[in-house]
Ligand binder design. Structure first.
Ligand code: PLP
Length: 398
């Protein structure tokens, strides 16, 4: 197989469902925080497959774990247990303090699981199943998760949309309280909103939510699909706040690039799930769990949490220092290497110019350049990301 980028894009246009507005690129190989396209051009990856490749591309430990596991056993169904699935379940439970674990294949599926657990717990307590979500959230593209996300543009044409979701402004505790009644099963939010523009929750808001959910006996659900697994410099973003959820979703960074999602729940809330309530064919098969275990081990062994905090702090400082020369930069948000550079101008053209300079980043929420590189990216590569960001801002001046 040796197609050119152009040939691949022609096939895309002819055969693929036209859901993605793709950049005119096709990649063939990756190593660490570098990618190479079909023609051999080298890129620095500050996107990491949208906050997925947390230990970079082609990490030898991850590659070996996948190859070794594939030699032995790829899939067996959930009629049986396997060593990778059980060891991973125990590890995530110990890391998070949430006792019960269930594996699926994606972030959206993890969120679906979270909704089901919260509703089952509520129904056992004689409550309804409404989930309160935040405005500007993102929870996925399945039917229930577009309803949970609540964006009109994502729901258009897909009626009937599942019921039982309502939305309140982020960080407004009084407006949450106003919505809660016997119909409400839980409150779901991203501790740091990702697609919405890297917007962290306020600590007071999360603390008050925790107390309120305890008082009402409803589930507090944290969607850590994007901000979990070391992305913020803590294994889970909730650690920044000292507020533990009843249910938490993970995906993206968990498998180092293989598709795996997880929903975790406390014994109290997760215990509402009975035999036969939920299931999956692929979820948590030995192959993806071996990959996830290797990913977690690399994060621990290579001190990537500490590195992420230090590099994130350094990156923020460099951006803030540059505001005098680049008045387009209004600030920078986020934690660790989940960063959003806030611009006074549209971010899409700037990200397109960065790509021309061989740095991959992402434009989100209109004016945000999202920087979510591998957690083991070098300082030198981060410096190039910064230089190219500044250069691209300059080149887009009218
Ligand atoms: N939840 C959050 C916070 C996300 O950022 C995403 C994806 O961007 C999802 C859920 C959905 O994950 P997936 O695309 O794996 O279904």
């Amino acid at each position: 197989m040796s197609y050119t980028t152009e040939e691949l894009h022609k096939i895309d246009q002819e055969y693929y469902l036209p859901t993605f507005k793709r950049y005119p690129l096709a990649f063939k190989k990756g190593k660490g925080s570098r990618l190479w396209d079909m023609e051999g051009n080298e890129y620095i990856d500050a996107l990491a497959g949208i906050a997925v490749n947390n230990i970079g591309h082609g990490h030898p430990k991850l590659v070996k774990a996948i190859a070794d596991q594939a030699q032995n056993l790829i899939h067996i169904s959930n009629f049986y247990v396997s060593e990778p699935q059980m060891v991973l379940a125990k590890k995530l439970s110990e890391l998070s303090g949430l006792k019960r674990v269930f594996f699926g294949n994606s972030g959206a599926e993890a969120v679906e699981g979270a909704i089901k657990i919260a509703r089952k717990y509520a129904s056992k307590n004689g409550r309804g199943g409404t989930i309160i979500n935040m405005k500007n959230a993102f929870h996925g593209r399945t039917m229930a998760t577009i309803a949970a996300t609540g964006k009109k543009a994502m729901m258009n044409g897909f009626d009937p949309i599942p019921e039982g979701f309502c939305h309140v402004p982020f960080n407004e505790i009084d407006l949450v309280k106003e919505k809660v009644n016997q119909d409400v099963a839980g409150i779901m939010l991203e501790p740091i909103q990702g697609e919405g523009g890297i917007i962290p929750a306020e600590a007071e808001f999360l603390k008050k939510l925790r107390a309120f959910c305890d008082q009402e006996n409803i589930a507090l659900i944290f969607d850590e699909v994007q901000c979990g697994i070391g992305r913020t410099g803590k294994m889970f973003a909730f650690e920044y706040y000292g507020v533990e959820p009843d249910i938490m979703t993970l995906a993206k960074g968990l498998g180092g690039g293989v598709p795996i999602g997880a929903v975790l729940a406390s014994e109290k809330v997760g215990g509402a799930i009975d035999w036969g309530d939920h299931g999956t064919t692929f979820g948590g098969n030995p192959l993806v769990c071996a990959a996830a275990l290797a990913t977690l081990e690399v994060i621990e062994e290579e001190g990537l949490l500490e590195k992420t905090i230090a590099n994130g702090q350094w990156f923020r400082e460099q951006v803030m220092k540059a505001t005098a020369d680049y008045p387009e930069i209004e600030g920078i948000r986020g934690e660790g290497l989940m960063l959003g550079v806030v611009l006074s101008v549209e971010s899409k053209p700037i990200v397109a110019t960065m790509m021309k300079h061989k740095v991959l980043a992402n434009a989100t929420a209109g004016n945000i350049v999202r920087i979510v590189p591998p957690l083991n990216i070098s300082k030198d590569d981060l410096q190039v990301v910064l230089d190219v960001l500044f250069q691209s801002i300059k080149e887009n001046r009218k």
